[in-house]
Design a protein around this ligand. Structure first.
Ligand SMILES: C[S@@+](CC[C@H](N)C(=O)[O-])C[C@H]1O[C@@H](n2cnc3c(N)ncnc32)[C@H](O)[C@@H]1O
Length: 280
């Protein structure tokens, strides 16, 4: 730890931690238990140092001032956990390809639209995996009204997701045939999504705990590994809102350690441990 970090750590008081906890909860619905003080410090200390302000509390005052809007966005970004991967929880993609996409393709060929939402898309591996699944079942999708909405509260990861550039070493879950079909080499050790697949995902910054501008319904929603950071009330409200955004017969995919306690009230039926169908 550098001398500046050591000084800052002394400076990071319980009151500062309480302010961060309140902001994270109010702005993003993210709940930090008391045990997470060190984690919060390690995520924010660089921002405090770079701000040139003398203490954590001066930084927190600035972030909450009218001039601190950009700093507030940076702080929220720094507080999020963005771990993800291509075809994470492969069984969801198998289910999507077998149970959702053939029906979606048939409907779209008859003139309706096809919509899938990656509701906390992080750096984009999830929506790009969905796009590869869509094209494996429905190769003409880019010529039709088929879209994958990919959203996240973190504007920095959304920009990365949109660029679609990944280090080669992080693409081992993508087959050689898929790479040849959907990606091109970008620099010495990176690949980038290219060609018709880039017409499917639409990337936007969106807070799941704020208003949603979308009016239509979705054939499938991926909301995986995000509610683990929310408290129970925030979580249950979100499940209800997501269920309301699904077509009847549409599916909601959730993270491997998550469960929807209020499934029945939300009109959802659990069809596999982390897959729910909108029934009523
Ligand atoms: C662990 S990643 C999960 C990524 C992907 N869904 C997966 O399962 O691989 C969690 C993501 O949720 C996002 N997130 C946290 N709070 C959010 C909120 N209130 N609204 C939207 N996204 C949020 C974070 O920025 C982060 O990118």
């Amino acid at each position: 730890m550098s001398a500046t970090d050591a000084l800052l750590e002394e400076n990071f008081t319980t009151a500062d931690f309480e302010v961060v906890r309140r902001i994270a909860h109010e702005k993003a619905g993210i709940y930090f238990p008391e045990s997470r003080s060190t984690l919060v410090f390690s995520r924010l200390s660089r921002l405090v140092r770079e701000s040139g302000l003398v203490s954590f509390s001066a930084y927190l005052d600035f972030v909450q001032s009218p001039a601190g809007l950009v700093a507030m966005d940076e702080m929220i970004c720094a507080l999020t956990t963005n771990v993800t991967g291509f075809f994470r929880e492969r069984k969801h993609f198998v289910h999507l390809e077998e149970e959702v996409l053939p029906r979606l393709a048939e409907g779209v060929r008859q003139g309706r639209r096809g919509r899938i939402w990656s509701a906390a898309c992080s750096t984009g591996q999830e929506p790009w995996s969905i796009a590869m699944s869509v094209l494996s079942v429905f190769p003409e999708a880019p010529q039709h009204d088929v879209r994958i909405l990919a959203t996240d509260i973190n504007s920095q990861v959304v920009a990365q997701a949109r660029a679609g550039v990944y280090p080669d070493e992080e693409t081992s879950a993508i087959s050689a045939a898929q790479k040849a079909r959907f990606m091109r080499t970008e620099g010495a050790a990176s690949v980038q999504f290219a060609g018709p697949i880039t017409r499917l995902p639409v990337f936007k910054v969106l807070n799941l705990n704020a208003e949603w501008p979308m009016r239509g319904l979705f054939d499938a929603i991926f909301c995986r590994n995000v509610v683990i950071y929310f408290d129970e009330q925030t979580r249950n409200r979100l499940w209800q809102r997501l269920a309301d955004k699904l077509e009847y017969g549409g599916f909601l995919y959730i993270g491997h350690s998550e469960k929807i306690a209020c499934a029945r009230q939300c009109g959802l039926e659990q069809v596999l441990p982390t897959i729910y169908e909108k029934r009523h």
